[in-house]
Design a protein around this ligand. Structure first.
Ligand code: ZN
Length: 332
């Protein structure tokens, strides 16, 4: 058993309370490898933004659960080395699918876990979430739960259709489970293909797809029911068209990839939404830079040659999200 407190990590409690009051949101960036982690820590340290390092079940399988835990511990030390005196870094399990997975993370240094039982019937979602909360809270680990279903594909999580969170359920759910934050479904979606072209309209000037707007009415209803309660948005990459264009220009094939417009995320950040999950944008930034570099430098084969611009491009994207979209800079 290792407590996250020994590793220099923090849970989400104070961070979220400050964010809800301050009208900004904390970035939750997924990572699976060293370059992503370096870019996240550099961006957070430079902007003095609290940050949530997210590890999915797929990431634990890809990189090894033990190694990821030590990488997060290393991230705190690295942040201090970069001059960030009091790093506000959370290690969070993304989409925990069972009590056992959540317990394993609590026992190995995570400061926050998500139990995603949103696919289960309502009462079963409550029972499983409550069980995780009761365990995690003994160790002061915070718990994110989910109500409603997001469409799209993320690692092993997938659903064909989204079902908006029902505002009439949130008080009962939050009270009975004791969860610390709630992921809701208001039209965000996992992956780089958040909407089919049929669900979108086309901008007559650029010919690009314009996704349907988020259901802010549902968000506001939920906020009214649970004033000040931390709300989480998953599937909130914006799928920057310049990265998609670079990928496609250098041999990639991502036709009609579309995300959530940043203006809408900016608006959501000002509400009780205090954690916004971004994964696909990092994948796109990395892939665009690698494709471009390798196409322009066919003789290069040292991974550092193409991973350096990849890391730089991710860092630039993370800083952009922190400063221009979520507004979490200078809050840590
Ligand atoms: Zn998610």
């Amino acid at each position: 058993m290792v407590s996250y407190k020994e590793l220099g990590l923090v849970n989400t409690r104070d961070m979220f309370a400050k964010a809800v009051k301050g009208g900004y949101a904390i970035p939750a960036f997924n990572f699976n490898n060293m370059e992503q982690l370096q870019a996240i820590v550099m961006a957070a340290a430079e902007t003095k933004s609290p940050v949530i390092l997210q590890v999915s079940k797929g990431a634990r399988k890809y990189a090894n659960a033990t190694l990821l835990r030590y990488m997060a511990e290393g991230a705190v030390a690295y942040a201090k080395e970069l001059g960030w005196e009091n790093p506000q870094i959370v290690l969070h399990l993304d989409h925990g699918d069972s009590f056992e997975t959540c317990k394993d993370c609590v026992d190995t240094g995570f400061s926050s876990v998500m139990i995603d039982a949103s696919h289960l019937p309502y009462e079963e979602n409550i029972a499983l979430t409550k069980k995780v909360v009761e365990y995690a809270h003994q160790f002061d680990v915070t718990v994110e739960a989910e109500l409603g279903v997001l469409a799209g594909v993320e690692d092993e999580v997938s659903a064909a259709e989204s079902h908006y969170t029902k505002p009439e359920e949130v008080i009962d759910f939050a009270t009975r489970t004791g969860c610390d934050s709630l992921a809701i479904s208001i039209g965000t979606s996992h992956g780089a293909y958040k909407f089919t072209p049929e669900q979108c309209t086309r901008d007559p000037k650029t010919g690009k797809l314009v996704p349907p707007p988020l259901a802010f009415d549902v968000l506001h209803e939920i906020e009214a029911k649970l004033p000040g309660f931390p709300i989480v948005l998953h599937g909130s990459s914006s799928v920057p068209q310049d990265e998609v264009d670079t990928i496609n220009a250098f041999g990639g094939k991502l036709p009609d990839a579309v995300g959530i417009p940043e203006e809408q995320l900016r608006e959501a950040s000002k509400s009780a939404v205090c954690k916004i999950n971004i994964d696909s944008d990092s994948r796109l930034a990395m892939t665009a830079a690698v494709r471009k570099h390798l196409a322009e430098n066919p003789s290069h084969f040292d991974p550092r040659q193409y991973l350096t611009p990849a890391r730089d491009n991710m860092k630039k994207m993370y800083i952009h999200k922190i400063v221009e979209v979520l507004g979490s800079n200078d809050q840590a």
